[in-house]
Design a protein around this ligand. Structure first.
Ligand code: OXD
Ligand code: MN
Length: 601
């Protein structure tokens, strides 16, 4: 299977509808002159176009069509084995000064970077088709919605963008003909998929992105991490809103009272599972619905935060997804799904580690090699993915298209921590909540290249995605808090604490409803909590644990604070703040001192 494919020749009526905005036409022409493609394909996002492109991708061996009886209208793509995750070391924020990019980003000087990338892009699309993808991020009638154009030489990118964004004519219409309108310019080329020539570069001051040398979604679906988070966070600060790495879910009680919460967890820590949670039997009548599974754009209205999901689909981690762990995700990916780097069974179905049922006796693994249950290699890559339209989700929230967004009652931070962090606690106030987000940490996962399982600080789960100086980002959070008269309550959760035997103490998945319910109760004024040095904690009896198969002793352990571990944690916070070289706002330094003092009192 291939990433790179030769030019396609569409029949008349397909790929030939040019937008009319002169600024777009000029920019496309400039990129054409530089990259010298064989032809240009103007995407309109129609079904007809999509069917044509799927057929071409199948013919070109970029995709394999799966068995239509098993997974209707679905395809498998295998990326180059050197290209299976985000590459944070090759991701750059090319702000005018290094200080603007800040201590947590790789910085490179904009003029030099443009020139380096332009050299790489010279004639890079020779013999290939250059696709022009207009798209919007956000519901069509939202004031938060942004227009982007992505140029790419990858048909896989086009097909994925059609799932992940609202693409085509809708964006052309939204942009209109104003040559000065705000829109994002994204250029992507596979080049030769060589890790030595792989760069994901953001130019926030130009609202521009150039990504070369990769075909992996997180690096090349420029709408997602690049625009919605890195450029988005930069625009959000300037324009007074928030772009966050957060799922958004709705939770409705049997009495019909509904709240929305937004939750920031680092990559591959279960955002999609939490956003599609099915409450345990005991919670009959409670409903959880999904607004988004990865990104929240939030604005302030009437002193409250309102959120929209800028995306149109889910790009989720496949391994571990099953009818047991996430039935709604399974139903979402049963049809019309684009899989990347999972295994292919002999009957044209897909398989991965953790899927329900017995493994197949034989399959083709994610690299295209024969695989049997005795093989040492994994059949599916740990970061194999699905791209699926959000419309497939049986619990999609009814207000997902609401341009004003949904009101947020609670913000939840969380990471993967084997120790220290209790199952849940609540911040004392907004500033303390910002401190909790700013110091959160998680064990690394396969979503980015590099070692897996190491604890790293990942403020608000935005470490790889904040498009400007992290100190200013913290300041932005503090400033937003001052504008909120009814701020969301802020919580921290940890589904991943382990006991002495190294086993998870908490079952997670549907049972996370028990924790969600406590948080919602707190939003409604419940006093079922005790104050501790780290914030408000539930006592075991404050959680609804009926029907839960977890020993009481484990619940006590899950909710406990180990003072020795917390002294280490506090030292970790200090080291992290020190590593940021003086950019941390005084308010957060003060919060650290307050926390230390609370442990002493
Ligand atoms: C993602 C990620 O793909 O965070 O959402 O890596
Ligand atoms: Mn993510």
């Amino acid at each position: 299977m291939k990433d790179i494919a030769p030019a396609i020749s569409p029949p008349a009526g397909i790929g030939d509808t040019k937008p009319t905005n002169q600024a777009v036409l000029d920019w496309v022409h400039e990129v054409e002159l530089l990259t010298k493609p064989e032809n240009i394909f103007w995407c309109d996002g129609s079904e007809h176009e999509n069917n044509f492109l799927l057929e071409q991708a199948d013919r070109q061996n970029v995709l394999i069509k799966l068995n239509d009886q098993k997974v209707p209208r679905s395809y498998l793509h295998r990326s180059n084995p050197n290209d299976v995750a985000r590459v944070e070391q090759f991701t750059f924020i090319c702000a005018p000064t290094k200080e603007e990019a800040g201590p947590t980003n790789n910085w490179s000087e904009p003029a030099e970077t443009y020139s380096k990338l332009q050299n790489m892009l010279k004639s890079a699309m020779r013999g290939r088709t250059m696709f022009v993808i207009p798209y919007i991020m956000g519901p069509p009638d939202s004031p938060l919605t942004k227009v982007g154009f992505e140029i790419t030489d990858s048909i896989y990118v086009v097909l994925s963008m059609r799932i992940m964004t609202r693409m085509g004519a809708i964006a052309v219409k939204r942009l209109g003909n104003d040559a000065n309108a705000e829109w994002n310019r994204g250029v992507h080329s596979l080049l030769d998929v060589d890790p030595a020539r792989r760069f994901i570069c953001h130019f926030p001051q130009d609202n521009a992105i150039i990504s070369v040398g990769s075909g992996y979604g997180g690096n090349v679906l420029l709408s997602k991490k690049c625009l919605a988070l890195r450029i988005g966070s930069y625009l959000a600060r300037r324009q007074g809103w928030m772009a966050e790495h957060m799922l958004i879910l709705g939770v409705e009680s049997p009495q019909g009272r509904k709240h929305y919460v937004a939750a920031a967890f680092p990559s591959a820590c279960g955002k999609t599972n939490f956003a599609m949670l099915i409450p345990p039997k005991h919670f009959r009548g409670w409903k959880v619905t999904t607004v988004g599974d990865d990104i929240a754009w939030m604005q302030i209205r009437d002193g409250r935060l309102f959120a929209v999901n800028p995306e149109n689909g889910y790009f989720g981690v496949v391994p571990g997804t099953s009818y047991k762990s996430n039935p709604n995700a399974m139903k979402s990916i049963e049809h019309d799904t684009l899989y990347t780097n999972v295994a292919l069974t002999d009957d044209g179905d897909v398989w991965w580690e953790g899927k329900d049922g017995a493994p197949p006796g034989h399959a083709i693994d994610w690299r295209g090699n024969d695989w049997t249950p005795d093989s040492k290699e994994k059949a599916a890559h740990p970061n194999s993915r699905f791209a699926t339209p959000m419309r497939n989700n049986p619990v999609l929230d009814a207000d997902v298209e609401k341009g004003d967004g949904v009101p947020i009652s609670a913000i939840i931070f969380g990471g993967r921590r084997s120790d220290t962090m209790p199952l849940v606690f609540q911040a004392l106030d907004w500033e303390h909540g910002v401190y909790i987000g700013a110091t959160m940490a998680s064990e690394t996962t396969a979503a980015a290249t590099g070692a897996v399982g190491q604890v790293r600080r990942d403020p608000m789960a935005m470490l790889p995605f904040c498009g400007y100086n992290i100190g200013d980002y913290f300041r932005h959070w503090l400033k937003v808090g001052k504008r909120l008269t009814s701020p969301p309550l802020i919580f921290n959760v940890n589904w991943f604490r382990k006991g002495e035997d190294g086993k998870f103490l908490w079952p997670g998945f549907g049972d996370n409803m028990r924790v969600l319910k406590w948080m919602i109760d707190r939003c409604e004024g419940s006093d079922a909590a005790v104050e501790s040095p780290i914030g408000w904690l539930p006592r075991p009896d404050d959680l609804d644990l009926a029907g839960l198969d977890v020993p009481h002793k484990s619940v006590v352990e899950l909710l406990g604070i180990d003072h020795e571990q917390w002294q280490r944690e506090l030292a970790g916070h200090q080291r992290f703040f020190d590593s940021l070289g003086g950019v941390v706002p005084d308010e957060l330094l003060q919060e650290r001192q307050n926390l230390e003092a609370r442990f002493k009192s």
